[in-house]
Ligand binder design. Sequence first.
Ligand SMILES: [Zn+2]
Length: 545
Amino acid sequence: MNYTKEIPILPFKHFLTFDEVTDFVSELAAARPDLVTLTSIGTSREGRAIHLLTITDAETGKPEDKPAYLIHGNIHAPELSGTHAALYTARQLMVDHDKSDILKRVVFYIVPRINPDGAEFAVTTSGSIRSRTDRSEREANTLYQEDINGDGLILTMRQEHPDGSLVVDPKDPRLLIRRKKDSTGPFYRTLPEGFIHDWDGTDNIRVEGRSFDWNRNWSYDWRPEPEQGGAGDFPFSEPEMRAMAEFIHSHPNIFGVLGYHTGPGATLKPPSTGSDSDLDEGDVHVMDELAKIGSEHTGLPVYSVVKYHSADQRDINLRGHFHNFGYHHLGLFVFEFELGILKNSAGIKTEEILAAKKPEEEEEEMRRLMKWWDEQTERDEIYKPWTPFEHPQLGKVEIGGFLNRHLAGRTLPDLEGISKGTYQFTVEHASRHPRVIIEDVYADAVGGGVYRIKARIANRGHFPTNVSNKGRNLRRLRPVRVEFHLAPGVNLLSNKGHYHIGHIGGITDSRPLEWFVSAPSEAQKLCEIQVFGGTGGNMSVGVAK
Ligand SMILES: [Zn+2]
């Protein structure tokens, strides 16, 4: 078939607004309707569609009959790179379709921006919130970010204060560094740009009040606040996350999951709590092997979630987190890519960023960043000079400093290379899908209108249908089932029609199937063998005389 519309180019020039994301996913679907369907998993709190791209070759079967790989990005508002990386994979799967058979066998469900409201706040204002934008329940003496000087941006306010903990860096006057005992003034305190709600006039000003972190709102091992900051009111209390839960629950064919984030560059694997010894040993081996492949393609070092912290911190335990949900609840090998921050683009390695550092060393790192930025010819505006402003509550302040939306991600040209690597990893991970098939089907006439039907059900894919050892007894990973449907006029002589196969191991595992039927002489068709393969795909084979 000829398609008149070109697959659109994904420019790595600037982070995308909601409308730009919508245009791009619509163009993808319009260019190759045989490969891409655009729908949504639901609607955000502010009424934006949570786009879902379903990508597979329609000629080789319906999406729900194929093993499925789920990708989501941008759960955290400022982590806009995740949308770009997810869209890169969506597009590249289409572009590579003529030389790869992955879309013949697998369906990809891609939610490039699971948090469209938070992302819109970040991309348009450069303000910084973790996930939820709704801050209608305001707390007293708390500053809420807002563009107060009308330049469209949310930056930093600095104000001279006798107790201020910061001074201007003599080596780079754009930076503020820590005040020491012999520092000379002026001394500054900083706050995000915004207004203080119900202020009592004291210096005791909180920032942003209650915070929601949707990567603490997944159901497995969820804990309420204050045990787990950002958890929300209950698992999947947030509509966007609930839409994701309902989508996952209604798609039992999902065998692989990947999330995109934007911390210091890393390939993250489970667990999110405890240690590797809490997981099945064989599963840890597979996860290590896959994570290594991810790291080789991207250059992003491997960390388990519990170890992804600065070197002077203890191991972290994140409750209600995606990795534990994906492994313990879904039984899948689950990964997240932390795509990197601006420091990574400036040549500062994640290992250096996470190393235990004295404050002076951190300040030196920021000087390195600025020096690198000064040398760039094509660059985003990451810094605004300090400009005096009369704040209606605080009085004389200056507004300026870094644009968080750029500090929080790599440069876009740099992100393109990383996205290529994460795409290659995704294809390798997805190529290990289970593949349940019926082979060697035949019908023998044994005389007197009786036929013996034989076949074999096998999993010729890499992963078992239970994907991981953890998944073997989980209800979500449905065991394989064979239904035997007789053609009109045909009678079953065996005492068994349907087979409950259970899970089937990868590549070399198969089970024999056998039925005896009697058929009238005029009948051509004997039966239909239908397979419901759990994560291994569904299929149907007709058997004739
Ligand atoms: Zn994140």
